[in-house]
Design a binder for this molecule. Structure first.
Ligand code: TPU
Length: 581
């Protein structure tokens, strides 16, 4: 029988067994929270830890080409798996990963970031160490990561490992943000108690029942008195585990439902109440006038930024909005804290009356809007962006996740209609180019069997992290990448042009044979006409054993009209003069 002892220092742990180590403890927690893959780059501060983690056969180590890619891969994995893990060496590895960990914070994705640390004997011996700034301060990595994680712990004594690891992991899962765990390199194989089952630690975190009840009552009164209510889905619905509750509320009200651009896919696009993507002047057809016309908008988990509001031109007025965030609900004249989003939406669904005014008005408008024409292009004419989008749209099915990189790919992706079951991934809050290739790799690692991943990536973004395609080949992932070669940073050209927006051209399709080397099964194809693209997509559909990259060559100035409009407004917002004081 196992004895379970609770101590003042930390959570419950089973009694110490001599063979169990700090590394084992971490691996067990990974396994228990559903991490089956840990993205990593080895280095001498984490080698012992890697050996320890290898002892757990249910958590696979996945080597990446560099730590930035590993961080993006863990972030992509967290999107599909719910949580991801990343392991680097001290300073040189960790600082490379910084951008990706910060991105996971911005995107509200729990990534457990583990870094090897200095030997605990070194500070008192006054040693100087490699991979440091050459001073006796070894704390700046920890200090830096505290700013981009929801919990940051340093294991400098094996006895504290269980409570510190559990604190970091639990906080990351609760807050849907990355956590930081630094493990001194001489402690990874130190004896440590065996962990108790994880669910013992999971005390649910109920919000304040009174605040919840009051917020639901106020919201129900406002919604039931509104003449033209509308629901708006925001990006935090996923972090709040509130996607189903939002749908429940939407169906209870029966009104029009719009989604913000970074929440695309969080409400089914073939649902009869779906009225499109609300993105100000670049909204999908017929959506913007209805959102502007509504007299009450319940925005669930929104993040209003310069990008999502098109340079502050599409921000619903506070007076006609209920804004429900992860743990707060804001009313025009009151604010309730400690109200969990999913519980709020679900409870509200039980108190609202039907009102389909905004949906009916949208349906009337839709009828008057001309059907989007979807002509096939002349098959031998040079490939255009519109034709590329038409063919990608036709290639999407209910098993596809469409992942789009920062750039015109955002707008091309936004224009696609997702079939029932299809998913959509975008990194709009952090917007770091180079994200898509490694995130695609990580996402594919966590993908359920039978599903497929299609990514649209611009040439400029691709050049930052292209080498991770080699690992898609290594793991035989059947991803399809549309590499849009428009010879440069078109999104930047549209915001503000200059010679710096033009880049060296690469033979992108040709790269795949280099990455294949002797044993890879990747396929690189080029499409310069509609027919070449159609043939390439057909080949991609039947290709097995590795990714397919289709280099789609289009003219530099062939970008989406939405990018032009959005770019102009964002440039205006960016270019505002300083306020006079
Ligand atoms: O389709 P297109 O040409 O817009 O996409 P492409 O070729 O991928 O170009 C993207 C250009 C771009 C830059 C240079 N978009 N945003 N930026 C600024 C930027 C710079 N560095 C990072 C890490 N992230 C950024 N968003």
């Amino acid at each position: 029988m196992t004895t379970i002892s609770a101590s003042l220092e930390g959570p419950l742990t089973k009694s110490l067994t001599s063979t169990y180590t700090v590394g084992d403890y971490l691996a067990t927690r990974f396994e228990q929270i559903g991490i089956r893959h840990c993205f990593m780059v080895p280095g001498d501060y984490n080698l012992i830890l890697l050996d320890q983690l290898l002892r757990n056969k249910r958590v696979q180590q996945v080597g990446c080409c560099n730590e930035l890619n590993a961080a993006y891969a863990a972030e992509g994995y967290a999107r599909v798996n719910g949580v991801g893990a990343l392991l680097t060496t001290f300073n040189v590895g960790a600082f490379s990963a910084f951008n990706g960990v910060a991105g996971a914070y911005a995107e509200s994705l729990p990534v457990i970031f583990v870094s090897g640390g200095y030997n605990t004997n070194d500070p008192s011996a006054n040693h100087l160490l490699h991979h440091t700034l050459g001073t006796h301060d070894f704390s700046y990595q920890y200090e830096a990561f505290r700013n981009v994680t929801c919990a940051a712990v340093r294991i400098l004594c094996a006895e504290n490992a269980p409570s510190l690891i559990d604190h970091a992991v639990l906080t990351a899962l609760r807050e849907r943000k990355p956590a930081y765990i630094e493990i001194a390199c001489n402690l990874s194989d130190a004896p440590c108690p065996q962990p108790v089952p994880f669910d013992i630690l999971l005390s649910s975190q109920p919000g304040s029942t009174r605040a919840l009840r009051a917020a639901v009552e106020s919201a129900a009164t406002l919604l039931n008195n509104a003449k033209k209510p509308l629901l708006l889905a925001g990006v935090h619905l996923r972090a709040g585990g509130a996607i189903d509750a939002f749908r429940e509320l939407a169906e209870a009200v029966g009104c029009g439902v719009a989604v913000m651009p970074n929440a695309k896919g969080f409400f089914p696009e073939n649902h009869p109440q779906f009225i499109g993507v609300y993105w100000g002047g670049v909204s999908s057809a017929g959506c913007e006038p209805i959102v502007d016309w509504a007299d009450l908008i319940l925005a669930a988990g929104p993040l209003f930024t310069d990008y999502t509001t098109v340079g502050w031109t599409a921000m619903p007025h506070r007076e006609r909005m209920i804004k429900a965030d992860l743990r707060h609900v804001f009313f025009p004249e009151a604010e309730y804290t400690d109200v969990p989003l999913a519980e709020f939406l679900s409870a509200l669904a039980k108190q609202v009356q039907k009102n389909d005014k905004t949906l009916l008005q949208y349906q009337r408008e839709r009828k008057t809007l001309a059907e989007t024409e979807s002509h096939e292009a002349d098959t031998t004419a040079p490939l255009t962006r519109a034709e590329l989008c038409r063919q990608i749209q036709n290639d999407l099915d209910e098993k596809t996740t469409l992942l789009v990189e920062t750039g015109d790919a955002w707008f091309n992706g936004m224009s696609m209609q997702l079939p029932e079951g299809a998913r959509f991934e975008i990194e709009m809050q952090w917007g770091s180019i180079g994200w898509a290739v490694p995130a695609t790799f990580g996402y594919a690692m966590g993908l359920e069997p039978g599903r497929r991943l299609v990514s649209i990536i611009g040439d400029g973004s691709f050049q930052l992290t292209a080498q991770e395609v080699a690992n898609m080949i290594r793991y035989g992932q059947n991803t399809l990448i549309f590499l849009v070669n428009n010879r440069g940073y078109v999104i930047e050209s549209e915001i503000h042009d200059g010679p710096y927006n033009y880049i060296k051209n690469w033979d992108y399709a040709g790269l795949i044979s280099s990455f294949n080397a002797d044993d890879g099964q990747g396929l690189g194809l080029k499409a310069k006409t509609a027919k070449e693209l159609a043939d390439a997509i057909k080949q991609a559909r039947s290709h097995k054993g590795g990714p397919v990259l289709i280099e789609c060559q289009i003219a530099h100035d062939d970008c989406s009209p939405e990018l032009l409009k959005w770019g102009t407004k964002v440039a205006l917002a960016n270019g505002r003069s300083p306020r006079q004081v």
